[in-house]
Ligand binder design. Structure first.
Ligand code: ZN
Length: 317
C-alpha cells in the first residue's frame, strides 16, 4: 500500500524497517509510539501487509518495500481473512487478560501460510496490569519469525518491562511537517493532533489553556479552571500534557516547538521541578485508576487532583 502524502514523515521509519526486513533482522516485538493522528495505524498496516507479501516491490526514490496488492497473501490481507494476522479489537476500552492470552497462544506456533505470524495490539495502554503481565511472558519467550506490534499514544502508561523488550519507534513529526497543510494552526502545540484538525476541539483546548493561564496569574480565578478540568472530557489528558511539557522545559531536553504555549511557560515559572514531577505522577496514577476501574467516580477524583494542584500553586505565593 502507499502511504498518503499527509504522513510523509513515516518514510524514515519505513526505510529503517525495510532494511531490517530485507536483511532478515526483524525484531520479534515493536512498540510504535506517537500522538493520536501521527500515523501509527498507517505504519502498522503497511508493515503487517508487507512482511507477508509474496512479491514485495521497492519504491523507486525511497527504497521502501511495498506490498504488491496482487498476490494471494495480499488479497487475503485486504479481505481481512489472512490466517497469520491477528488484530486485537480496536473498539474496546480495555484489553482483557483473555484477549492477551489468546494472542499469546496465536504467537506460540509458526505461521500457517505466511512468512511471519503477526499480532497487532493498538493503543496498548488499554491493557490492565494483569493483561500486561500476561503479555510479558510472550515477550520473554518469542517464537522465531513471529512479530508482535504494539502501539501507544502515551508510553508513560505502559509497564517499563514491556517497553524494554520492544524495539521502540517514536513517530514525531515536526511542527512544520504537521502544519504545512494547516498554516492557520501553526501556533498550536503539535502534541494535540485531534485538536489541530478539529475546529471545535481546538477552540475547547484554547479555552482550557486560557482558563489555566488565568488561574496561574491570579489564584482567585481557580474555580474556572477547575471546572474546565473536571467537566471537559479531555481535561485530564490536556493537564497531563501541559504538566509534562512544563517539566520538560525545566529539564535539559527543551524543545522550542513544544514549550511555546504560554500556559506551559507560566506553569514552569510557578512550580519547581519536583512539584511538577509529583503532579505528573498523580495524573498518571489517576489515569491508571480510571482505566482499571471504569466505574470510578471520575469527577470526584479529578476534583481531588485539582485540590492538590491548587494547594501546591497557592503555596508558592
Ligand atoms: Zn503481495
Amino acid at each position: 500500500m502507499n502511504i498518503s502524502a499527509s504522513a510523509h514523515w513515516l518514510k524514515e521509519h519505513q526505510q529503517k524497517l525495510t532494511q531490517q526486513l530485507v536483511s532478515g533482522r526483524m525484531p520479534h516485538a515493536l512498540l510504535i509510539v506517537g500522538a493520536s493522528g501521527s500515523g501509527k495505524s498507517q505504519l502498522i498496516q503497511w508493515l503487517s501487509h508487507v512482511v507477508n507479501c509474496l512479491h514485495p516491490v521497492r519504491e523507486g526514490d525511497t527504497g521502501i518495500v511495498l506490498a504488491c496488492k496482487q498476490c494471494k497473501h495480499c488479497k487475503l490481507q485486504s479481505s481481512d481473512t489472512f490466517p497469520d494476522l491477528l488484530e486485537l479489537d480496536r473498539s474496546e476500552n480495555t484489553i482483557s487478560v483473555d484477549s492477551v492470552r489468546s494472542a499469546s497462544r496465536f504467537l506460540e506456533s509458526k505461521a500457517q501460510i505466511g512468512h511471519h505470524k503477526v499480532v497487532v495490539v493498538e493503543r496498548a495502554e488499554r491493557m490492565s496490569v494483569a493483561a500486561s503481565n500476561a503479555l510479558l511472558k510472550t515477550l520473554e519467550e518469542p517464537t522465531a519469525g513471529n512479530l508482535l506490534v504494539l502501539s501507544a499514544n502515551n508510553i508513560e502508561h505502559l509497564l517499563p518491562t514491556i517497553i524494554s523488550r520492544c524495539q521502540l519507534i517514536e513517530i514525531r513529526p515536526s511542527l512544520q511537517q504537521l502544519t504545512q497543510n494547516h498554516p492557520q494552526h501553526a501556533n498550536i502545540n503539535i502534541s494535540y493532533l485531534p485538536e489541530l484538525t478539529d475546529p471545535s476541539l481546538a477552540e475547547a483546548f484554547q479555552a482550557y489553556c486560557l482558563a489555566m493561564a488565568q488561574a496561574l496569574d491570579n489564584i482567585q480565578q481557580w474555580q474556572l479552571f477547575e471546572q474546565q478540568l473536571t467537566e471537559q472530557e479531555r481535561g485530564l489528558l490536556w493537564l497531563e500534557r501541559i504538566v509534562y511539557l512544563a517539566q520538560r522545559s525545566l529539564g535539559s531536553s527543551q524543545s522550542a516547538d513544544e514549550s511555546s504555549l504560554p500556559v506551559v511557560q507560566k506553569l514552569a515559572a510557578t512550580l519547581d521541578f519536583d512539584s511538577l514531577i509529583k503532579v505528573f505522577q498523580l495524573i498518571l496514577e489517576l489515569n491508571r485508576h480510571l482505566a482499571d476501574y471504569p466505574q470510578a467516580n471520575a469527577a470526584m477524583l479529578k476534583q481531588q487532583l485539582a485540590t492538590t494542584l491548587f494547594t501546591l500553586i497557592s503555596g508558592t505565593e
